[in-house]
Design a protein around this ligand. Structure first.
Ligand SMILES: Nc1ncnc2c1ncn2[C@@H]1O[C@H](COP(=O)(O)OP(=O)(O)OP(=O)(O)O)[C@@H](O)[C@H]1O
Length: 321
């Protein structure tokens, strides 16, 4: 499988009064067809800003975003482009649904707008989309207000699928749903990846779901990636103290070995990020060098996955304790 999405050194900035807030600061990731990349991090770490940049809803100040080798967005002052094969699912399904129209006609509109076909074929495609997202055909006649939150999110996903995307960026698609709806929507994303070959970026605060669902996990802190690697590495044995603290709050699937670190304090203002390692003011294993040495993502010696921490770098080997 080749990388379908390549995000290279992307910067997203907002102007707030006189200040420039750098919400995403040099993020590089790639995702393949049929792969799910989970993106985690506390509120304000830049996950949504990155997501919106990828689908062309946010301008980027630097870097580039390639989709199937084609530039989606590049450089300050040049307008980002929205591409049909690259779609976004939002936390609130209302964002993509019209409450005054039946589900079936909304899906038909989505199909017609992106893939014009005859009436009979469109109706058949509406039913197929309902089937893909696990809803009965009879739901074509319902209005969104007649559905539960989980069902509405399924309809919103079906609406997204109407444009036959190759890639979906899902920003908190399971927040606000009950646990069983969360699990089944997560399962739906897994099927879209496995059976339809759709590449997916799945942003969520529910770390247990991400650990279970994602093939790889990227951890963001204050606009930067601090760790990225296979789920079994990052999700179960993270190397960065931030990832350890974040994921340490979530019991492991077998209930064993919770990680020891606790996450104190809050994410600093991105308008004025700490020097050196951005996590150093909150880091339980901070060293004096951490305040002055900006860290690059570096391959961890034990696993080879990427970690932005002085303790896993060659210049300052891990403490043995
Ligand atoms: N439109 C905007 N104008 C100014 N600042 C913004 C804007 N959108 C986001 N920010 C700031 O950018 C930073 C990153 O926000 P972003 O929403 O991308 O983070 P997030 O990780 O997605 O958070 P959450 O999980 O709460 O959605 C925050 O400091 C936020 O206040």
């Amino acid at each position: 499988m080749t990388d379908v999405l390549e995000v290279q050194d992307v910067v997203v900035e907002y102007r707030v009064g006189e200040q420039r807030v750098r919400a995403v600061d040099g993020v590089t990731i790639s995702v393949r067809s049929g792969e799910i990349l989970g993106v985690i991090g506390e509120s304000g770490c830049g996950k949504s800003s990155l997501a919106r940049a990828i689908v062309g809803l946010n301008d980027i100040a630097a870097g580039q975003i390639l989709f199937s080798g084609q530039s989606v967005a590049f450089g300050r002052g040049q307008r980002p482009r929205s591409l049909r094969p690259l779609q976004m699912v939002f936390q609130d399904p209302s964002a993509s649904l019209n409450y005054r129209r039946r589900v079936g006609s909304q899906l038909a509109d989505g199909i017609k707008a992106n893939r014009p076909m005859g009436r009979v074929e469109t109706s058949a495609e509406v039913l197929r989309l309902l089937e893909v997202v696990g809803l009965p055909y009879s739901f074509a006649d319902r209005y969104p207000h007649q559905l539960s939150g989980g069902q509405r999110q399924r309809v919103a996903i079906a609406r997204t699928l109407a444009s036959a995307p190759d890639f979906i960026v899902a920003d908190e698609p399971i927040s606000g749903l009950d646990a069983s709806a969360q699990a089944s929507i997560a399962g739906l994303f897994r099927r879209l990846a496995d059976q339809h070959g759709i590449g997916i970026i799945f942003i969520s605060h529910d770390l247990a779901v991400v650990r279970e669902l994602a093939d790889r996990i990227a951890v963001m802190y204050l606009g930067q990636l601090v760790e990225i690697g296979q789920s079994e590495q990052v999700g179960l044995a993270p190397e960065h103290p931030y990832s350890q603290a974040l994921l340490g709050a979530v019991p492991l699937p077998d209930g064993s070995g919770e990680l020891p670190t606790e996450l104190a304090g809050e994410v600093p203002n991105p308008a004025n990020p700490p020097g050196g390692c951005r996590f150093h003011p909150r880091c339980p294993v901070v060293e004096s060098l951490c305040a002055t040495t900006p860290m690059k993502l570096t391959a961890a010696t034990s696993t080879g996955h990427l970690v932005r921490c002085i303790h896993v770098s060659e210049i300052y080997p891990r403490r043995s304790a």
